[in-house]
Design a protein around this ligand. Structure first.
Ligand code: CP
Length: 309
């Protein structure tokens, strides 16, 4: 049994398979062809934080594969009334085939997985957001590569991360370390990425820049996220001040390669971490990126339950 708790839980070969399979599944979806490989399977989705994309993409994806979903939140289950996570895992995993969790600390999802009889998928923790990075890489491959040889186009590329040293940044570092590209990190002082969280094999997969303009120089992809992630709302006023120079605008995009893409995992705050003319401009692929959550997660769920098809 395999879990997907962080990006490194899949091997390079498995990642390549998931990307190629996602393109097959997406093509069938666009052609209204049935793809009921998960008929009679049930996914439990546990949300301890809010979501739009993660909920819709997992729920719609599971129905499209012939399966069913159970949706639980902290407020409407015993999870919010201090039932131990280990007990919840033992019970829920006797009744469903697969579990997706969005929660706070990675330790919590690790405890759930350690007590689960079925595969567990990380739908975002404070430390990692691996499903989002799957979607981001798949989107890059669709725009700049070949889904039959999905990893080739990533080698040697530069991804500029501008903003908070958060769960997305940690997961980008894991992906770069595995797949042979470099992340240029630029964060305000006090909000740096801690590379020990990613557990990198090599320090060569990232470079740190004080100036976000320099981080974007020569980049193939510029990406960012909100200044205040879920769970850090009490820091919002302080963060607004600290992050003021980390707005991805057209001057920053002009530093990147002329064919550079812009991505944002959404939801976005125009005028804060990204200027409206960038996110709504010609280099932005954020709507493909959001849609691709569903296609890569369908491939991931199918792989975790059935293996290679
Ligand atoms: N990007 C992302 O995870 O979106 P939601 O918070 O809406 O699920």
């Amino acid at each position: 049994m395999k879990h997907f708790l962080q990006f490194t839980d899949l091997t390079v070969d498995e990642l390549a398979y998931v990307f190629t399979r996602a393109s097959v599944i997406k093509r069938k979806f666009k052609a209204y062809e049935k793809h009921h490989t998960l008929a009679d399977r049930t996914l439990a989705m546990i949300f301890e934080k809010a979501s739009t994309r993660t909920r819709v993409s997992f729920e719609a994806g599971m129905y499209q594969m012939g399966g069913a979903v159970v949706h639980l939140t902290t407020g409407d289950s015993q999870l919010g009334r201090a039932e131990p996570i280990e007990d919840s895992a033992k019970v829920i995993s006797r009744m469903v085939d697969l579990v997706m969790i969005r929660t706070f600390g990675q330790d919590k999802i690790n405890s759930f997985a350690a007590n689960s009889r079925v595969p567990v998928i990380n739908g975002l923790t404070n430390e990692f957001h691996p499903c989002q990075i799957l979607a981001d890489l798949f989107t890059f491959i669709e725009h700049r590569g070949d889904t039959q040889h999905p990893l080739q186009c990533l080698h040697g590329k530069v991804v500029a991360w501008v903003g908070d040293g958060n769960n997305m940044a940690n997961t980008w570092l894991q992906a770069a370390d595995m797949l042979g590209f470099t992340v240029h990190l630029s964060t305000p002082s006090g909000y740096e990425v801690d590379p020990t969280i990613a557990g990198l094999r090599s320090p060569d997969s990232y470079k740190v820049f004080k100036d976000p303009m320099q981080a974007c120089a020569g980049a193939d992809l510029v990406t960012t996220d909100v200044w205040t992630s879920m769970g850090y709302e009490s820091e919002n006023a302080v963060r607004q001040e600290a992050f003021a120079d980390w707005c991805v605008d057209s001057d920053m995009m002009a530093q990147a390669k002329s064919n550079a893409l812009f991505m944002h995992c959404l939801p976005a705050h125009r005028g804060e971490e990204v200027a409206a003319d960038v996110i709504d401009g010609p280099q932005s692929v954020v709507w493909d990126e959001a849609e691709n959550r569903m296609h890569v997660q369908k491939a991931l769920m199918e792989y975790l339950l059935l293996g290679k098809q």
